[in-house]
Design a protein around this ligand. Structure first.
Ligand code: IPE
Ligand code: IPE
Ligand code: MG
Length: 238
């Protein structure tokens, strides 16, 4: 992989990836959608390794949305099973690379065994100082905001204390900085409910490639493209 042209200063601290196209990848090969998810998991592992090697600080992976429950029960349980197996079997890899696993999404409506597995791996890797991988599972940006609002109401917060900071502090991972770069694979130009609040000033990068076809070089290319963007945050170019 050729990453040497990427200037360290232009490396995003936080990358979010909407890993899309597993089903289409499988269909193209006359295979079941589940095969696409299996291949997608193997890509996710490879990209976590690459991001860790590159020194990325945070990587949020959109693995299952609050809307993905609409899919066939077999597909949903296959994805949940894959996640469980991955978290269980990769601890040695996380430890070796100092990778911390975190979660974004609604824990209350996840199957209890999956929620337990996530809580376990988050606790076991909590002190690892390397790349932080935020697993967005049963995640929806609107759902995250609804849960934040519920907390604010439960705390009897007065209207004058409701600020952007107050809302931001009640999101799932308030200490994680907003994403700098959001990548979506498989060519769709939509957010599909990913990090609605946090992505206010993220740079978007759409790749036509299906997620199971993604490689380390594709990530390097996305970061290179990001490095050439002019982020103004509403101000004027310096
Ligand atoms: C992304 O791939 C993975 C999940 C949403 C879980 P898809 O399963 O959405 O693949 P396509 O979009 O049908 O090709
Ligand atoms: C977004 O992909 C969710 C994940 C990648 C987990 P979808 O395939 O669910 O999005 P839509 O339905 O095409 O918007
Ligand atoms: Mg899709």
């Amino acid at each position: 992989m050729n990453t040497d042209r990427i200037h360290a200063a232009n490396i995003p601290a936080h990358i979010g990836i909407i890993m899309d196209g597993n089903g289409r990848w499988a269909k193209k090969r006359g295979q079941l959608r589940t095969q696409g998810h299996l291949e997608g998991l193997s890509r996710a592992k490879a990209i976590v390794q690459t991001a860790s090697d590159m020194g990325i600080r945070y990587l949020t992976l959109y693995a299952f949305s609050t809307e993905n429950w609409k899919r066939a029960a077999e597909e949903v349980s296959f994805i949940m099973g894959l996640v469980k197996q991955y978290l269980r079997s990769e601890f040695a890899f996380f430890r070796k690379n100092h990778i911390r696993i975190r979660h974004a999404g609604d824990m209350e409506t996840l199957p209890p065994d999956i929620a337990g597995e996530i809580r376990g791996v988050c606790a076991e890797t909590a002190a690892f100082p390397g790349l932080q991988v935020v697993l967005a599972l049963n995640y929806g940006g609107r759902n995250e905001l609804v849960r934040a609002v519920k907390r604010i109401v439960q705390e009897h917060t007065a209207a004058e204390h409701i600020t952007e900071g107050c809302i931001g502090a009640r999101l799932d991972n308030p200490d994680v900085p907003d994403p700098d770069l959001i990548i979506r694979t498989a060519g769709e130009f939509r957010t599909s409910n990913f990090l609605l609040w946090e992505a206010a000033y993220a740079e978007y990068y759409i790749s036509d490639k299906l997620w199971p076809d993604w490689s380390a070089e594709d990530l390097a290319e996305a970061i290179r493209a990001y490095g050439n963007r002019d982020r103004r945050f509403g101000g004027v170019q310096q």
